[in-house]
Design a binder for this molecule. Sequence first.
Ligand SMILES: [Mg+2]
Length: 355
Amino acid sequence: MRSSTGWAVKSATARERIMVPPDKADGGGKRPGEFELIEKIFAPLTVGADGAYALKDDAALYRPASGCETVLTVDAMVAGVHFLPEDPPEGVARKLLRVNLSDLAAKGAVPRGYLLTTVWTEGTSLEWIEAFASGLGNDQVRYGVTLWGGDTVKTPGPLTLSLTAIGEVAEGQMIRRGGARPGDDLYITGTVGDGGLGLMVLQDKLRGLNAEDAAFLSRRYREPDPRTDVGPRLCGVAHAALDVSDGLMADLGHICEVSGVGARVEMDLVPLSEAARAALEMDEDLVAQIAGGGDDYEILFTAPAEKAGAIADIAAETGVPVTRIGSILRADKGLSTVDGSGRQIPLKQLGYRHF
Ligand SMILES: [Mg+2]
């Protein structure tokens, strides 16, 4: 074991001895040791981040810009639970990074860097790891983040990945879930329902779409588009925000609960992609999937009426559609959805079971 090699190589090795049968502890010679993995595959992902010390120290150093606070979030993905072992590794990497960047964006934070824990299995090939790292590398350029550190261990269990994303926001400006006020307008970025429908396509539960629409929806599930351009511009504009991962109605329920307010969604205003519209034309019951399915990673936020102009400007400047879909009401009004003629649509019909 080499000392002072960083990225917790020491502890990784110690843990491998505990968790992996001795005859398998060296990886069977199928791929380089953990030290080489870190140096050859992961250290290049730190380029540009001086405080990462090329993964050659025990910890990274980070100083947010003057007047800024640090925003932290973490998400883990387990093979067989959050992705399929046969999914392309580049795509797994993109999703892992992007779901975290989406959380930062929803808080108004600018992403800066990330920490990565990789838990490999005996079956994880060098090719898989290289492709995974290259997926991270491409997205790093796209979103302006770098790897700052992490840990790599082996397990007899399923391949597991955990990423902690770190961002910055001006002091006191992080957008919380709890700031919604009665009278606020309710907005969403992008389109709603693509992620949930995409999962149905991948599970072969949604047939009859043309190939282009099916591919679009699958991609939206596999590779979300975190709204990193819109998020930071919502500071000082939005009263409350979160990213839609559990489903539009469930996540709106989270805002209402924490803010102590009610809300009404006008279903006719909810923005749909062409592909989602095509799916809905085939089967109108899919409205439940659109309102209740998760994995959209769009930002759902509330803002007072006087910010409507500023919000239109943000949409124009970023090229990301931002649509008003309803209103925030007093808590005693509860959570409701109405159709184009103002008639209530039962929440149960929309796959919403929280209340
Ligand atoms: Mg979230």
